[in-house]
Ligand binder design. Sequence first.
Ligand code: ZN
Length: 251
Amino acid sequence: MQLRKMFFVLALPCVLAACATEGGFNTEQALTVGAGLAQAALLDKGSVQQAASEAAQEMDAQNEILGPNTEYGRRLDKIVAGLDTSGDIDFNFKVYKSDELNAFAMPDGTVRVFSGLMDAMPDDQVRAVLQHEIGHVRLNHSYDQMRKQLLTSSAFNAVASVGGTIGDLTSSQLGQIAYAFINSRFSQSDELESDAFAVKALHRMGEDPAAMKRAIQTLQQKAGAGGGFLSSHPSNEARSKNIETTIKKLK
Ligand SMILES: [Zn+2]
């Protein structure tokens, strides 16, 4: 219930975030109009990751988590075992009880999958979606997006204008930034890049890379044109073609 309420409350920022991205968001322009160089300077990689961790804690507190001893938690463990999580980011995974067909990853390594998405597809497809989300983190898309959300957040700008830092944001402000992040869009090239990342990673792990294409087809069938994972992504056809080309090049 809480989740739905937050989505409702944040309807306006979501729309704005989407428009900003579609129209070619210009961070430098946002800086001169809104924040300022001092705020931008506060946002090094560590600070953005710290904001993501704190925002994730707030999200976890607001949502019902299906823990490790539930059917969903056990299934998630099995799925995660086949993922490539290598690199310098420590990924952590949890299931939120929600009918939404969605999953997201934050730049600190927080990965959350909604039970609705796990209900909609078999393990290999859920794994492909999660590997795609990990791609957004490893390719710095999530970092760029979180930084953008902070720079356009009135709460962050208010705190920064009096010399404060991310640690001075309240939990409800962090929650709002988290929801704006989840509802924001990546660019089409980011999406295609993450699909290709997932294909290669799944192949390296001995998993079927074509599960990425099947996952998109499943989402298309179940979610139609409606929200969730697909809403922010390029056309099904463009993604499928990109996935097929990447699979052909695998060694
Ligand atoms: Zn994506």
